[in-house]
Design a protein around this ligand. Sequence first.
Ligand SMILES: *Cc1c(COP(=O)(O)O)cnc(C)c1O
Length: 365
Amino acid sequence: MKVPFIDLKRAHAPLKSELLDAFERTIDHGGYCLGPDVAAFEEAFARTQGVSRCVGVGSGTEALHLVATAMGLGPGDEVIVPAFSFVATAWFAQYVGARLVFADIDPVSYTLDPVGIEALITDKTKAIVVTHLYGQAANMDPIVKLARSNGIAVVEDAAQAHLAMYRGDPVGEIGDAGVFSFYPTKNLGGLGEGGCVVSPNSEMLDQIEILRAHGSKERYLNHFVGYNNRMEGLQAAALNVKLPHLAEKTRRRQAIASAYLSGIRQPEIQLPQILDWGESVYHMFIIQHSERDRLKTYLAEKGIGSDIVYPYPLHLQPCFAFLGYKEGDFPHSESLARRCLSLPIIPELTDDEVEYVIETLNTYQ
Ligand SMILES: *Cc1c(COP(=O)(O)O)cnc(C)c1O
């Protein structure tokens, strides 16, 4: 048996004719950059995610960039960022020339640890970025409380966390702004790049709408230095076909996770925990093992795809060497990078495939 880690063809095969019909409508109406499909998607995604409004942009990375720009961050400002995340979380600060201040994750949720942030806050700290990593909401209450009492913004990187909840509230709008990615492998993905910004602050979203289209409110009159970061009509058309399936696909990810959690009996494997502030939407199902690379090879020999997400913590990335961090600075991030392994959890897996993954892990020695 071959169990894919990612299989976009399998995900899209049942939707192919619907996708082609949607693309045909877009081709005919001509709204290729923004346009009616994007407007419809912004409305529908906001409703599905349970937030007030959504602004579609070119990617999750650019969504982060535009939020940092709209917040007016720049040289002289400091931004606290988890040392374990996808690199784009750190681009939030780097693209606008603000100083990155890394902080460790907590070893249970794998998200930014509120303990320890306080010591990093200076009078230059302007924002704290949390990542709802692997689909697990970060521990928002203590982080938001600390930020509010210090006049600091909280930005939610929800690129992996569509439909995730924190104590009953949908992620994205708990802080001052949130971003989602619609990269093809995300829990909701287009057939190319895409992203969006959400925020309880409508003025900020108005500003992002201007920034994503060259800083222009009125055609050819440019009030601000802007960017070309519009969501594309064809991507929105694909997302409009896929969005109605998101809730069901998320439940399927959670069902596969439950099967793994109850089925995997291997004392050497550390399984993820279900946290009282909200169940993960399992963008990734992460196990930890002291001989992670050997386990990965074994799974590959048995036809099971897996991935290391991520092998390097951000503070040890060559691109951030100029910040002067060193090994040992963030032990939880470093340990996770050494030990983590991502099991297949795409919603299109069959029950037999899930069972095969469990049996294969249980017979590992
Ligand atoms: C994917 C991802 C991004 C970037 O989104 P893109 O749409 O690929 O630019 C940012 N942060 C996290 C945590 C991600 O997983």
